[in-house]
Design a protein around this ligand. Structure first.
Ligand code: ATP
Length: 199
C-alpha cells in the first residue's frame, strides 16, 4: 500500500498548494533549517487524525493554518490530502487509489473525507489502526519521540507496541462492545423494575 502523494495547502509554512509525489526511489527529504521538513511529517500525521495541537508544536489546532508572512496574509483554511496506491487492497476499500483529506477552517470547523466522501475522524482512525499505522505508531517518529518512547512507562510502551501490531483496533472495538453491553444491562434492569412495579 505505497504512499503515492501528499498535497499540502495552507498548512503551516505551505501557503501555496504543494504536491509531493512519492515515486519509487524517494527515501528522504532534505533542506535547510526551518525550510519545512518537519511540517511535511506533521501534515501526514495531521491528515491521519492527529488531535493533539501540542504534538504539532502549536497551542491550538488552528495554529496549523498558515499564519502569514512579511509578504503574504494569513490563510483561512488548511487542507492536506494523502493518496495511497491500494492496488493490493490492504486498505479496506474496493478502490485502487484511496485519498484521505482533512480540512480545518479558522472558525474551528473541520472536515474529513475518504475518496471525496465526507466521513468522521473515527473512520480515518479505523483505516490506519487496522494497519498498525495510526498516529501513535512507529510509522512516523518525530524529533524527541525516540527518547519519549525509551522513557515511557511500561503501560504506555505496551500501547505503542499494540498499535503497531494492529491489536489496538480490536481493543477499541472490545471497549465499544463492552459499553453497549453495560448500557443494555442497565436497560434490562430498568425494564425488570417496571415489570415488577406493574405486577
Ligand atoms: P529543522 O531542520 O531546523 O528541524 P525544518 O526544515 O524541519 O527545520 P520546520 O520545523 O518544518 O523546518 O519548519 C519551521 C518553519 O515553519 C518556521 O519558519 C515557522 O515559522 C514555519 N511555520 C510553522 N507554523 C507556521 C504557520 N502556522 N504559518 C506559517 N509558518 C509556519
Amino acid at each position: 500500500m505505497p504512499l503515492k502523494s501528499l498535497t499540502i495547502n495552507g498548512f503551516k509554512s505551505f501557503a501555496d498548494k504543494t504536491k509531493i509525489d512519492f515515486t519509487t526511489g524517494i527515501t528522504g527529504i532534505v533542506g535547510p533549517n526551518g525550510s519545512g521538513k518537519s511540517n511535511i511529517t506533521e501534515a501526514i500525521r495531521w491528515v491521519m487524525g492527529e488531535q493533539s495541537a501540542r504534538s504539532l508544536r502549536g497551542d491550538k489546532m488552528v495554529d496549523v493554518i498558515f499564519a502569514g508572512s512579511d509578504t503574504r496574509s494569513p490563510m483561512n483554511r488548511a487542507e492536506v490530502t494523502l493518496e495511497f496506491d491500494n492496488s493490493n487492497h490492504e486498505l479496506k476499500s474496493p478502490q485502487e487509489n484511496v485519498t484521505i483529506r482533512r480540512k480545518l477552517f479558522r472558525n474551528g470547523d473541520t472536515e474529513f473525507s475518504i475518496n471525496n466522501k465526507a466521513c468522521r475522524l473515527k473512520d480515518i482512525n479505523a483505516i490506519f489502526l487496522d494497519l498498525g499505522m495510526g498516529k501513535q505508531s512507529f510509522s512516523i517518529i518525530s524529533q524527541g519521540r525516540v527518547e519519549e518512547i525509551f522513557n515511557s512507562k511500561p503501560v504506555e510502551r505496551r500501547s505503542i507496541i499494540e498499535e503497531s501490531a494492529g491489536v489496538a483496533l480490536f481493543k477499541q472495538k472490545k471497549q465499544q462492545a463492552e459499553n453497549k453491553l453495560s448500557e443494555t444491562t442497565d436497560n434490562l434492569h430498568r425494564v425488570s423494575d417496571i415489570v415488577s412495579e406493574l405486577s
